[in-house]
Design a protein around this ligand. Structure first.
Ligand code: SF4
Length: 457
């Protein structure tokens, strides 16, 4: 089976058995997932059926990730698996920029296209497996096809990045920031909400930089002009009647403006800010954007305005040149910041990344591992204490799934993004479906998850 089988065609489209069948393996981050969804939407609109497994597919697209060397290795392995299981493979995505490496490992692939080359991928599919021209197959849901469950969807507001973090090769793969006009984003959000999406997850490489490339130009939406500005977009999205969650935000001063929207309940009290480190020397070597020195003050000010704010972040330990003193600084900072949700990665050398040319001494693997364990232990304590403080509170939760075998409902709070954060587990009640938002009282806290009882039925 494919690693991440795509869902079968959505209701309302019942393609015949002669329709051409395409499989897709989607690797990497949510941004890559959105790219896969766009490719599928184009193909579905042309009458292709999305095959759930290698056996059913007449051609397989592998959407690769090329961010880290380990991700490249995973991409090459996925291409190899698709070649072995199916044999007719089109490669796209971040690693598609390295056609020579792909063809050296897998000379039989049909075509290789790079990131965001939707038309090129679709063209390669046409060449390998021509579409049927039958009006019955021209039906496609106006919101497009999504690989996420029906009740939440990623909303990509820009491509590329104008930062130049030394460990990252995304700008060299995806180019500089290109924001979508506000009206295009809002029309897409509106279509998603109309189609039943209850939670919009705003993503990009740097959400807080949204619109700077457009000089914040306004575009017409529902009879008014909306500027391509972080605050304006958040405000408009907040009026759509769905949960709105902001990912990949940097602590620039203008982010302060959206915190009142969170306090008023317009958008979720949640910010995903990839801090990556706290020690000034390491941040400088990483060339991270935004002034980190005042971040603790900024966090305190935000929590003053919106006490329920949850901040999720990721960190890298073992960056070249990171000393024990730098790491101790990071641990102290983490304890002071008391972030709700945190992930941690051990630094991996990335071919082509500026960090490799800095001439800084590599941190030995054993030291990276030991720092990672200390970091995770410190955060586990913080997370457990924060969650324990929520016992007894009444909160809204969104239902993700019903686990009939265990007699429970798997849900999330406003403080938890799907896939990356924790869950809220509730005893099963009939009549509740994925996507429902229900009121619940928290009864118990674990290290990462909450247990709760429904209160409003
Ligand atoms: S902000 Fe930094 S880490 Fe994120 S995509 Fe841009 S350059 Fe890469």
């Amino acid at each position: 089976m494919m690693k991440r089988p795509a869902p079968a065609a959505k209701p309302g489209t019942s393609p015949g058995h002669t329709a051409p069948r395409v499989g897709i393996v989607s690797l990497g981050c949510p941004k890559a997932l959105v790219d896969s969804e766009r490719i599928l939407t184009s193909l579905r609109a042309e009458g292709y059926v999305i095959a759930p497994g290698y056996d059913d597919a007449q051609v397989v697209i592998v959407n690769t990730c090329g961010f880290l060397d380990s991700a490249k290795a995973e991409s090459l392995a996925a291409i190899g698996e698709a070649m072995a299981e199916n044999g007719r493979v089109i490669v796209t995505g971040c690693m598609g920029g390295e056609e020579a490496a792909i063809r050296a490992a897998h000379p039989g692939v049909l075509a290789v296209t790079g990131p965001h080359q939707y038309e090129a991928v679709v063209g390669a599919v046409h060449a390998a497996l021509p579409p049927l021209h039958d009006p019955r197959f021209d039906l496609v849901p106006p919101q497009g096809l999504h690989l996420t469950p029906r009740h939440y969807a990623y909303l990509k507001i820009s491509e590329g990045c104008h930062n130049r973090c030394s460990f990252c090769i995304i700008p060299s793969i995806r180019g500089d920031l290109v924001s979508r006009p506000a009206a295009a984003v809002l029309h897409e959000a509106e279509r998603l909400v109309k189609a039943g999406v209850k939670e919009l997850l705003v993503i990009s490489q740097d959400t807080s930089a949204y619109g700077s490339d457009l000089k914040y130009a306004a575009s017409p939406f529902r009879g008014r002009e909306v500027r391509a500005r972080f605050y304006d977009l958040a405000r408009e999205l907040g009026g759509m009647g769905a949960w709105v969650r902001l990912h990949y935000v940097y602590p620039y001063p203008h982010v302060d403006e959206v915190i009142p929207l969170m306090a008023e309940g317009k958008i979720l009290p949640y910010l995903d800010i990839p801090f990556q480190h706290a020690a000034p020397g390491v941040l400088k070597a990483m060339r991270r954007p935004a002034n980190q020195e005042k971040v603790l003050d900024r966090l305190a000010a935000w929590r003053n305005v919106c006490p329920d704010l949850a901040v999720r972040s990721t960190f890298i330990v073992g960056f070249p040149g990171e000393t024990e003193a730098d790491f101790a600084y990071l641990l102290d900072w983490l304890k002071a910041a008391r972030l709700e949700r945190v992930g941690c990665f051990k630094y991996e050398p990335v071919a082509g990344a500026a960090s490799e040319a800095l001439g800084l001494p590599a941190v030995p693997e054993a030291v990276k591992q030991e720092r990672w364990e200390r970091f995770m232990a410190a955060q586990q304590e913080i997370s457990a204490a924060i969650l324990a403080g929520r016992v007894g509170r009444e909160i809204d939760v969104i239902v993700d799934a019903i686990d009939h075998d265990n007699g429970e409902i798997i849900a999330r709070s406003q403080w938890d993004a799907p896939e990356i954060d924790g869950n809220v587990f509730l005893p099963f009640r009939p009549g509740i479906s994925p996507g429902d938002i229900v009121r619940a009282r928290v009864t118990e806290a674990e290290e990462y998850d909450l247990l709760a009882d429904i209160t409003d039925l």
